[in-house]
Design a protein around this ligand. Structure first.
Ligand SMILES: CCC/C=C/C=C/C(=O)SCCNC(=O)CCNC(=O)[C@H](O)C(C)(C)COP(=O)(O)OP(=O)(O)OC[C@H]1O[C@@H](n2cnc3c(N)ncnc32)[C@H](O)[C@@H]1OP(=O)(O)O
Length: 292
């Protein structure tokens, strides 16, 4: 444990890992901030990024001091997508001495890249993503794996992959249709690679709130994270896991999974603590929940 003074408060912090493409911090108690941190390259997703995201979110999933995650981008914009300079060294030069072996290795690379964003969805802690400026290509794959999306008025989103000669293969085509109600709009965005600006992103449901600038957005993201972090981690993490499960299953399958989940989780002391606080008209902030 190390001690650090943040925003005038003294919080106990576990030492956080160091990454070259990401910057981790703990802005408030139980909230981890993950910042895409190659601003001079517009946070383009280089080889380090693709593997560091997996290590970072695996670490967060296991960290009992983290209950909520906020993801944002450093510098001028959120992300320019895959690092086009770095891509050739990995994606475009697979090993293998015949078609089958080359194909096999490409498949492994694509699966590995898919894991980079699937870890966000598999992490039981809710992930709030805050987008400013551009969110291009891999950026859309990333944000569709997050739980809550916010953006600034100057934000724009682009499913850019067709422009660089490929079908998006790390999540956008699978998750975006589940985020946006209109299949026609998803198809239009993915097939034309046109930019979608903040107001349209709000009206189609890609983001839930739009802010005047990055400062206002980050303040709101951290406030929202603190609201969630104050609540029972058993309830919050169970909610995320079941929302993700239900998205991909029938209503009955979701209900069955929920019943199996809560047959153990309902036995938590958090229910009694929360119910008592509610009866006494106290907010969740007044309750001390055990770490999970
Ligand atoms: C199995 C693979 C799965 C993954 C697939 C993912 C696919 C995708 O992500 S497709 C999308 C690829 N991205 C792009 O096509 C965007 C390219 N960049 C831009 O259009 C602009 O940079 C942008 C509009 C985002 C920002 O413009 P701005 O004027 O603010 O900055 P620039 O002067 O253009 O760039 C500043 C430096 O950043 C470098 N850079 C920007 N984007 C990338 C990138 N995608 N890859 C690598 N490097 C990037 C740019 O070269 C500049 O560097 P320097 O010249 O050294 O200053």
């Amino acid at each position: 444990m190390i001690w650090k003074v943040l925003r005038g408060e003294c919080c106990a912090l576990r030492a956080m890992s160091t990454y070259s493409s990401l910057l981790l911090s703990r802005p408030t108690d139980c909230v981890t901030h993950v910042e895409l941190n190659r601003p001079e390259k517009r946070n383009a997703m280089n080889r380090a990024f693709w593997s560091e995201m997996v290590s970072c979110f695996s670490e967060i999933a296991e960290d009992p001091d983290c209950r909520v995650v906020v993801v944002s981008g450093a510098g001028k914009l959120f992300t320019a997508g895959i690092d086009l300079m770095d891509m050739a060294s990995d994606v475009l030069q697979p090993e293998g001495d015949d078609t089958a072996r080359i194909s096999w290795n490409i498949r492994k690379i694509i699966s590995k890249y898919q894991d980079t964003f699937t870890v966000i969805e598999k992490c039981p802690k809710p992930v709030i993503v805050a987008v400013h400026g551009a969110c291009v290509g891999g950026g859309v794959d990333l944000i569709t794996a997050c739980d809550i999306r916010l953006c600034t008025q100057d934000a724009w989103f682009q499913v850019k992959e067709v422009d660089i000669g490929l079908a998006a293969d790390v999540g956008t085509l699978q998750r975006l249709p589940k985020v946006i109600g209109s299949r026609s709009l998803v198809n239009e965005l993915a097939l034309t690679a046109r930019k979608m600006y903040a107001d349209e992103a709000r009206s189609c449901g890609l983001v839930s709130r739009v802010f005047v600038d990055k400062e206002a957005m980050m303040a709101a993201a951290l406030e929202m994270a603190a609201e969630i972090a104050a609540r029972s981690p058993v309830a919050v993490q169970g909610t995320k896991v079941n929302l993700v499960y239900s998205r991909d299953h029938s209503v009955q399958e979701g209900l069955d999974y929920m019943a199996a989940w809560n047959m153990s989780m309902l036995q938590t002391q958090d229910v009694m603590k929360s119910a008592q606080a509610s009866m006494e008209k106290k907010g969740p902030q007044s309750i001390t929940f055990s770490k999970l």
